[in-house]
Design a protein around this ligand. Structure first.
Ligand SMILES: *Cc1c(COP(=O)(O)O)cnc(C)c1O
Length: 289
């Protein structure tokens, strides 16, 4: 996989600024940022041999991506190791923390690489994108599970109920109405998490803190055991720990087992605070645009 840069100067474009591994890959393990999207280039060396080289580009979804086949399993294994270590450090069992691999903006080939490596739970934040990507993958891997982790419009509730195994973003009564209607029509209801606007940020979705207890009670009364827990996204650029603790306490108070909290940059802290589901994207699939 080494790129013979000197052999044909000018053929390869090296546009990334992240440090490269010897093989020409930027490997971002143990941190949540960086860039990894690559395309695979075949080109002639002399007149006899062809070799493949990785060139670095801005985010491009490759229809056929050797980069995903190589990078995703390695990054996935690293994240799973970190989850296990964080769980044990907190006196918890690794198997009690589920990894939701957030594949938004990444193509089906990246998801396929994770599936082939044994990852079965995925998160998408836009229903339309998920609807384009997942039906074929779910048909191929019946054990795979799709979580909707982004805001849901009421007019898309039907499609979300049909496609998703868990909706993590239940946050208002009208959406509850739409999900309930869709679930009645469809005959089964996905698992539901109430998203709490844990930092009470005006621009963020999630039920406001002042309304959270009442809303959670209402949703439990309405959906019963389909409401399995709570989800939050703490304010950016702040210590997330107090927010994680607050969500865990709220879940405890309502007897809810699932706490979906923690992303690439802070999932270990979330596990220390009792996360049962961590939603990790860039540490597995690479940076997004
Ligand atoms: C994108 C996203 C994530 C994953 O973020 P990373 O920092 O890439 O791990 C987690 N949760 C939600 C709701 C997201 O939209």
């Amino acid at each position: 996989m080494r790129c013979p840069r000197a052999a044909r100067p000018g053929v390869l474009s090296w546009r990334n600024t992240t440090p490269l591994m010897p093989g020409g890959r930027a490997l971002i393990l143990g941190s949540g940022s960086g860039s990894r999207t690559a395309s695979v280039n075949s080109h002639r060396i002399g007149s006899l041999r062809r070799r493949r080289c990785f060139t670095w580009r801005a985010q491009v979804s490759n229809p056929w991506s050797m980069a995903d086949l190589i990078y995703v399993p390695v990054a996935l294994a690293s994240v799973l190791t970190r989850i296990g270590n964080a769980a044990r450090a907190a006196g918890r069992r690794p198997e009690d923390v589920a990894l939701v691999a957030v594949s938004k903006t990444h193509g089906p080939e990246a998801v396929a690489a994770a599936l082939a490596a044994g990852q079965m739970v995925f998160g998408e934040n836009r229903l339309q994108e998920a609807a384009g990507k997942f039906p074929a993958l779910l048909a191929q891997y019946p054990a795979a599970r799709l979580h909707l982790i982004g805001g849901l419009q009421t007019n898309k509730a039907k499609e979300a109920v049909r496609l998703c195994h868990m909706i993590e973003t239940l946050d208002r009564p009208r959406l509850a109405d739409a999900i309930a209607n869709a679930a009645l029509g469809f005959g089964t209801c996905p698992d539901l998490l109430v998203q709490v606007n844990i930092g009470d940020e005006p621009q963020k979705s999630g039920v406001a803190l002042a309304d959270a207890d009442g809303f959670i009670r209402d949703m439990k009364a309405r959906f019963g055991a389909s409401v399995t827990g709570l989800m939050c996204i703490p304010p950016a650029d702040e210590d997330p720990v107090p927010y994680f603790k607050r969500l865990a306490a709220m879940a405890d108070a309502h007897g809810l087992a699932v706490r979906s909290m923690g992303m690439s940059g802070d999932f270990e802290a979330a596990i220390a605070c009792g996360a049962t589901h961590v939603r990790v994207g860039s540490a597995i699939f690479g940076a997004r645009e």
